[in-house]
Design a protein around this ligand. Sequence first.
Ligand code: PLP
Length: 482
Amino acid sequence: MSQPFDASAASAAYKNALEVIGAVEPTVAGAIRSELADQRASLKLIASENYASPAVLLTMGNWFSDKYAEGTVGHRFYAGCQNVDTVEKLAADHAKELFGAPHAYVQPHSGIDANLVAFWAILAQRIESPALAEAGAKHVNDLSDQDWANLRKALGDQKMLGMSLDAGGHLTHGFRPNISGKMFHQTSYGTDPETGLLDYDEVARLAREFKPLILMAGYSAYPRKVNFAKMREIADEVGATLMVDMAHFAGLVAGKVFTDDFNPVPHAHVTTTTTHKSLRGPRGGMVLCQPEYADAVDRGCPMVLGGPLSHVMAAKAVALAEAKLPSFQTYAGNVADNAVSLAEGLMKRGTKVVTDGTENHIVLLDVSSYGITGRQAESALLDAGIVTNRNAVPRDPNGAWYTSGVRIGTPALTSRGFGADDFDRVAELIVDVLSATTPTNTAAGAPSKAKYVLADGVAGKTRAAAAELLDVHPLYPGLDLD
Ligand code: PLP
């Protein structure tokens, strides 16, 4: 494990906790045990998942969970929040120091919540001022019903320019079924059809034409780094707020793999993130911002959030303390190096990789040359004990449900200690499975996008080979629940 821990203390803690839980609801205690066993036994390659340390996990099971603490540090709507103040302030201080951010808001319950807080903060900062001035009010809470009606009308004209879903953007970046696509008029930028890379000139052209309030950068499935200094130039030229969603690659920013122009925090007006992906913390979100957005961001509760999850804020503080250690920089460097090894291992064995490589923790396979869909590939890989998720590739002919791609990420297995050679072997196993997968027909005789056959024996052989790798790099070594 990249994050060392005291195995005998953690074993005792979990054994005792499971005994207490099992005395009330044995099914839950059993499911917790099974989850650890399943995670230990599979090659987890889901790009958005990781393994938090026992310290982070244990921090979430305590009395902070019982406390209401709406408000901000020192300004709560409930009495008795002194201990919540301690952990919330600590988490925010760690975040500010780790990311070099002027302000950090650690209350969002998830990445989507962090984005919602950011949207409203940007709207409040950018469009309330004239509306408020006209209404003679100082603060959003002073707006009358009529002011709100005017504001809603003004909102209808606000625009967001973000990366399209099939190029690797996220649902919250203006995709129509999401609230972001309903709050804002949306236009998206894609990637270059030849190279698959972000085309900054095209982003600038669209920004000039569309004049967005928010220029959104960041991604869920784009396998390259983004030049945020260039994005900021574009935003400044058209008077947009640059918002960066670093949910996926926050660990690479914290671990100093993405620096200078590729570190979003100094360039963006507002940066959002999850804490549970490459950052390896508890499930949750955060907003980092420049000082002029801080007041509006801090009003996340009550604008879109309820009471903060104090136990999770405490775990964020622990995870951020871990991410400040030099060992986290080694981890983040290994995540990126391992992704290169995985991409090269796949490409040298004839698999098409979108953008012909990677510069972050993501490798996006295009499985169409195997004659199968992403859905068939995902299922066949799972049969063989390899956990991935299907994902659209740019301009995907199979759409977002069946897809032609599979997204693979290195953060979780790197936390187990997998190195470059191990990832080359993982690439070999993936290719073995994909080569042995063939689509079958639907009941009506048409080619199916979901059904497939995996050649006899391949699943078992791959599972055995994977088990050898997993045995060399045990998950939570020495942690014993029996
Ligand atoms: N933003 C990006 C870029 C993501 O990839 C994700 C999750 O996949 C989110 C936001 C949402 O995070 P959460 O699932 O914590 O709401």
